[in-house]
Design a protein around this ligand. Structure first.
Ligand SMILES: *Cc1c(COP(=O)(O)O)cnc(C)c1O
Length: 227
């Protein structure tokens, strides 16, 4: 069996087991396959395994992949930092943008989303550990950014995304994801119509599932180390 095929089987089984362990409905956690630094051939193997949702971090790297794989009915998620001169192409070629942390970028994506396409699905990226050098909006600023995004008709606010500081401690992983979960639940209580809590990567996705992630973003555990 090819390596990628095997990895997908192992991860999908572990995910089902993890959902069961933490009383999550089976199949309630979406798997986003993160393909930065991975070849088109590997992505094709993932498609053959039934994978449809893919995440990319760098515009230049992603465009040839998106073009080469057009016609496969895929869903492309932009998950990397966004420079303002890249928003037009992102708005034209992606279905989701998970890394929005300021108004200007949201406004540009809204203005540049082609009108023949459905609204661009977006998540707001939260800087959950308040790391000064990291991207992401501060928790307390999430409400005003969310409100602003709701006024932009070519964007559809779906939820929150975060990349907590890496740690091997399961307890610390849970703590960080719990913060994001509370913020998400608070937004739901206030009436925001959200359905996406995107958190958890190869090293910490089980803790994310335990804290009610609806989407985990896996790269290396599916595809091996990146180029
Ligand atoms: C690279 C990346 C991932 C995947 O990371 P792995 O550790 O390879 O699973 C997930 N989310 C974001 C935002 C990333 O940049």
């Amino acid at each position: 069996m090819m390596l990628i095929q095997k990895n997908f089987q192992v991860i999908k089984e572990s995910l089902l087991e993890c959902e069961r362990k933490f009383n999550r409905a089976p199949g309630s956690v979406t798997l986003l396959a993160v393909t930065k630094g991975q070849s088109i051939e590997k992505i094709q193997q993932a498609i053959a395994m039934g994978q449809r949702a893919f995440g990319e971090n760098y515009l230049q790297e992603s465009l040839p992949k998106i073009e080469a794989l057009a016609g496969n009915d895929l869903e492309w998620h932009f998950i990397g930092p966004i420079q303002r001169n890249k928003t037009k192409k992102i708005a034209e070629h992606f279905d989701w943008v998970q890394s929005i942390d300021n108004r200007l970028i949201a406004e540009r994506l809204n203005a540049q989303r082609p009108s023949h396409l459905p609204p661009l699905n977006i998540c707001l990226e939260v800087n959950i550990n308040q790391e000064p050098t990291k991207s992401g909006v501060k928790s307390e600023d999430i409400y005003s950014l969310a409100d602003h995004c709701l006024t932009l008709s070519h964007l559809k606010l779906r939820g929150l995304m975060a990349i907590p500081a890496p740690t091997d401690s399961f307890t610390e992983q849970l703590e960080a994801f719990h913060q994001l979960r509370l913020l998400y639940e608070n937004l739901l209580e206030k009436g925001y119509l959200l359905d996406t809590l995107s958190m958890g990567m190869s090293h910490d996705w089980e803790a994310a599932v335990a804290e009610n992630a609806t989407m985990i973003r896996l790269g290396t555990s599916l595809f091996g180390t990146r180029n």
